[in-house]
Design a protein around this ligand. Structure first.
Ligand code: GRG
Length: 293
């Protein structure tokens, strides 16, 4: 039987091929295309597309149907990372161990590569021959909500505004829900929508997707602390790397781990409520909870 790692690697390959084909077919040769390809091929884990595919398979739908939406989602994720790294935002020189897009090219090119990936994502959905017109409108609408001013962009703004201050756990979760949770949620909900699941299953899958977003973020914070064990208890804003509230800062490392376990439990129980027999989604919950990068 195929292991989770083999499954992830198999679909990573398929997603990577499609992402490259979309960019090569929809752009003209030149600097913008090179810059888009640079970040698309910089070694992302492809978690979001794999969640789309795994959800479709869980509901016994041909994963091919989900390829355009899976790639569109990864394009939006990649754009967000390119813009997040810019000097006006996080000002990072490295991403995934390689120079960030603006370091490899320049700020203007990085802004345009992000813009281009964002808009291309919608084109990829609207031109998909695996989707009906009704599905296209629904998916573009949901993806806009998840990524735009009622989702990720709003979360990024609120995250920036809360820099250098202690915030409540409630506010922290609301920010993460918008900034990173909405795209992860979209991955699962778009798969469930294309799988035409019952209202009851949709409710359960929505609960699972919300919990998954928080598991992802808590683990992200835990990984940061493991990389900088002095971070817990340091006053927010005391140095460049310590500008934002995190779960371990608010709850302690042990508390953050317990909070994550609570959400893993919520996610697994919600998945059980759908009654589906597909283990990959369940394994992906544990994988996201225990990921080490
Ligand atoms: C600039 C509009 C705009 C939004 C940026 C998502 C985001 C908002 C910024 C990313 C900042 C960040 C590092 C958040 C932590 C969680 C996160 C999204 C990590 C990266 O996601 P992975 O682990 O990345 O899926 P890979 O590299 O595997 O693609």
């Amino acid at each position: 039987m195929e292991s989770l790692n083999e499954y992830v690697e198999r679909y990573k390959g398929i997603i990577n091929d499609h992402l490259n084909n979309y960019i090569l077919s929809y752009t003209t040769p030149g600097r913008l295309r090179e810059s888009m390809l640079y970040s698309i091929n910089a070694g992302g884990k492809r978690l979001r597309p794999i969640l789309v595919i795994a959800t479709l398979e869980a509901f016994e739908i041909d994963p091919k149907k989900g390829i355009p939406v899976a790639c569109a989602l990864e394009m939006i994720h990649t754009y967000s990372l390119i813009h997040d790294d810019l000097p006006a935002m996080d000002n990072d020189d490295l991403r995934r161990g390689q120079p960030t897009n603006h370091k490899q090219f320049d700020d203007a090119t990085a802004i345009l590569a992000g813009d281009a990936l964002l808009t291309l994502s919608f084109q990829v959905i609207t031109e998909a021959d695996t989707l009906s017109n009704e599905e296209k409108v629904f998916l573009v609408n949901e993806l806009s909500k998840a990524s735009g001013p009622s989702g990720m962009v709003d979360g990024q703004m609120r995250d920036m505004l809360s820099e250098n201050e202690w915030i409540t756990l409630r506010k922290l979760e609301a920010i993460h829900n918008s900034k990173t949770g909405q795209l992860l949620k979209f991955a699962i909900l778009s798969g469930a929508y294309l799988g035409k699941v019952s209202e009851e299953s949709m409710q359960a899958v929505t609960e699972m997707a919300s919990a998954l977003g928080l598991i992802f973020q808590i683990q992200d914070d835990i990984l940061d602390v493991i990389g900088d064990s002095d971070a817990i208890g340091k006053p927010i804003g005391s140095d460049e790397d310590n500008k934002k509230s995190t779960y371990p800062q608010l709850l302690g490392l042990e508390g953050a781990i317990n909070q994550k376990k609570h959400y893993v439990d919520v996610a697994q129980k919600s998945l059980e409520k759908t009654g589906i027999q597909h283990t990959v989604l369940s394994e992906l919950i544990d994988y996201l909870s225990n990921r080490d990068c």
